[in-house]
Design a protein. Sequence first.
Lengths: 200, 291
Amino acid sequence: MTPPVLKYDVLVSKPLVEEIMSRSGQNLQSCYQCRRCAAGCPVGEETGVTPDRLIRMILVGDREAALNNLLVWKCVACYTCGTRCPNNIQTARINETLKQMSKEAHCKPLTPRIADFHNAFMTTTRHLGRFNEIESMAIYETKTLFKELAKGNLKAMFEEMMSQGKLGAAMTKKKRMHFDFDRIKNRSEVKALYKKSKGR
Amino acid sequence: MEIAYYPGCSLHASSELYDIQCKLVFGKLGLELKEIEDWNCCGATAASKTNEFLSIALPARNLGIADATGLSEIVIPCSSCYSRTLVSQKKLASDAALKASINAELGQKVQGTVKVSSILEVLRPKVISGEIAGKAVKKLTGLKPACYYGCLLTRFPIDIEVPDSVENPQGMEIVCKALGAEPIDWNYKTDCCGASAAYNDAEQSQLLMSRIFKDATARGANCIVTTCPLCQMNVDAYQDEVGGKYGIDKRLPVYFITELIGISMGIDAVVMQVDRHFVDAIGLLKELKLI
């Protein structure tokens, strides 16, 4: 007899499935693996994990794989999978939930740049009430460059500086770069919302 | 007639030209854009990826401000801002506890009365009524745009009724045809450009953009037209790099829909800052004798 490929224990899978279903609002159990989501996923080829595979991972209770796979990080939130799903499962919402859960579980982001970008975006918005391209890029680039420096990866640092510098120069030349700091008056209201989000 | 207006952060920074064009074009159509006071960032994709509460609460503050103006409709040209604001409004309509929790922090409470519209939802009736054609002083003959919608105009993370076809929207084509342009039929109109992945996952984003450029050029488009400042920035600023990497020789100017309408109305191209594109956008207009 061939040994079972998959170890499945409902006591392990149930709490994971329930948590993700309740937080994402998506009924994963209605997935019948038709793979229309996989056919439309623009990053599926590169991530190796398509939405149908991710749903399967969760249903079998593989928390480790669900919290640490490239789809969760590289998902561009285009919502193609959910729009085409015959059972109305929005996997982009599941990815959002998994990303938040992976942060709570202190998992190392598989693509630190994407995590740093979103964090820099949210930091700037808390600070000014509006997204500021320059402040946000400064926070993001500092983090990215320091991480490469810590790894001793000078080539990556150089490439990063060249590519972002090229964009910055082109934007400045086309007068698309704005050096003023647009901020709102009632920043305390925005900060109160941030504070409330922490206590939830 | 007055209509509430949420420009969003892009239109106050790298896509300021779109802000200028919206005001000019809508003004000619008899719509005065009333920018809502002290609006904040909608949180865009970053909030929805990192903080569920803020992804609803940040646009909610703007909705409260818009409701308080007493105006019946708010137009949001940026697809991301439009999507996040509409999602927030729909979510709060069905979640009283969340609405109360957010409203407790707000001076101007969300009532949920204002209609949230994309730029195409405002323009489309103006095509049907003949007002757009009526204001046109020249036909955009020879212009063959690939109408590029991107993701967020027709696909939402929650159930929302879309005022256009989800897989093959026509809103932009209808506007272009009314101006005398000949929009092409193509496959990648609702595909993703990668948005912020252009900065934080460049290879992935450039692969997605290469597919857009390949199809648009293969099908004979001589320009791309879009309504989203994030799509515009990506497919314009990275076109040269992506084209070089993926062996695509032709470069296509990437217009905002407001630029095409403005040109047809005879608004000066430099006043609209059409010269601030990365791929030259003036040359084609001159070549076709549109300016």
